[in-house]
Design a protein around this ligand. Structure first.
Ligand code: PEP
Ligand code: MN
Length: 368
């Protein structure tokens, strides 16, 4: 098990040595969810550039959940983006979901492309994009930047696989984008925001692929313009290299993602208010507290082992009694009690629910 993980890291490292994208931190990409009109695109591009964004974003082909939703202006928006690139003088990025979109962009001179969450989840689509990119000449490849969003489901392997496919096509400017997950453990009602942050997944990705810059998309992560600042700061505090933020002149009238887009004014305020923590700063002064954490963890593992031991004994009794291993009523009851305890102690309910689910899984597996 450990050996496999280690071997895999070696393979990734081999690819990633070729990836040398250096971003000026915090790297800011901003623009509307969808390009809606020439005027909208120009207005936002000028505003976000003035506020300090390094790249302008706007979606032309929109992957929507419902077939009734606005699906983007498509190819005709390419001209608008080129106008921004040439006249506002800022690189432009758009989403590609197929090899055809990719070809249309590259042939017209749009070199920053992102693969969206729904596409990353589909290895066939990613491979078709990779195959198209792989056929390009080396001097074309070196100017292309591919941003790869996490897949909608919390599956780090699919995310790594998509990055690997693009690296193998000879594209070395790759940026991973964390935009949160539609997670199966918590329901929409239990979450504060549109998606689950599950920060440990992008942080694990970064440990595996340390040379791939990692940025956060707080707009899709939260789905709520009032939470964008908080999520942006959290990402920077966690060491993310930058942010991709949705900005619209009149968010309430936006044809897609109206609730999460910021006005140019709020965007500019957020950019100036963000705290940029130093990366790799000295950890002097933390040693004693870190030792304390290590000791607490050691006690926790000991307690989990004891819990597992008791669970096994319960399993033997259940077997003798001829009753099922899974006792739904009992689990619901202890879950409700532990959640109540979490609330009383000011612990985050969502995390406590995950811990309880994990402990229950350990107990159930011990009994099976
Ligand atoms: C987008 O960036 O507008 C988009 C559709 O994002 P995601 O793939 O993260 O849902
Ligand atoms: Mn969007």
């Amino acid at each position: 098990m450990f050996f496999c993980t280690f071997a895999k890291n070696l393979i990734y490292t081999e690819f990633i040595k070729k990836s040398h994208m250096q971003l000026q931190v915090p790297y800011i990409i901003a623009g509307p969810c969808s390009a809606e009109s020439f005027e909208q695109v120009i207005t936002v591009a000028e505003a976000v550039k003035k506020a300090g964004a390094q790249v302008f974003r706007a979606g032309l082909w929109k992957p929507r959940t419902s077939p009734e939703s606005f699906a983007g202006v498509g190819q005709k928006g390419i001209e608008w983006l080129l106008y921004v690139q040439n006249n506002v003088d800022i690189p432009v990025a758009t989403e590609v979901a197929t090899a055809e979109h990719t070809a249309l962009c590259i042939e017209n001179g749009i070199k920053w492309l992102w693969i969206g969450a729904r596409t990353t989840a589909n290895p066939f689509m990613v491979q078709q994009i990779a195959d198209y990119l792989g056929e390009l000449k080396d001097n074309q490849k070196k100017d292309i930047v591919i941003l790869i969003k996490n897949p909608i489901n919390p599956d780090i392997e699919t995310w790594c696989g998509a990055i690997e496919r693009i690296l193998k096509a000879g594209i070395h400017n790759i940026i991973a984008v964390h935009r949160g997950f539609s997670d199966s453990i918590t329901t929409r009602e239990q979450r504060l925001s549109r998606n689950d942050a599950l920060w440990s997944i992008p942080l694990t990705l970064h440990r595996r692929m340390p040379d791939i810059p990692l940025i956060c998309d707080p707009s899709h992560l939260t789905g709520d313009n009032s939470l964008v600042y908080k999520a942006s700061q959290q990402a920077l505090d966690l060491g993310f290299d930058g942010l991709m933020i949705e900005v619209h002149p009149t968010p309430e009238k936006a044809l897609s993602d109206a609730q999460q887009q910021l006005t140019p004014e709020v965007f500019a305020d957020i950019i100036t208010s963000l705290r940029i923590p130093k990366k790799g700063a000295s950890d002097q002064g933390l040693a004693a507290l870190r030792r304390e954490i290590d000791e607490i963890d050691a006690s926790l593992w000991q307690l989990i082992r004891e819990r597992q031991h008791v669970a096994k004994e319960i399993g033997k009794e259940k077997h003798k009694l001829g009753i099922t291993v899974y006792q739904e009523q009992r689990f619901s009851q202890i879950l409700a009690e532990r959640m109540q305890w979490a609330r009383e102690n000011g612990l985050p309910e969502e995390a406590v629910q995950r811990i309880m689910d994990a402990l229950h899984e350990i107990a159930i597996n011990a009994q099976l």
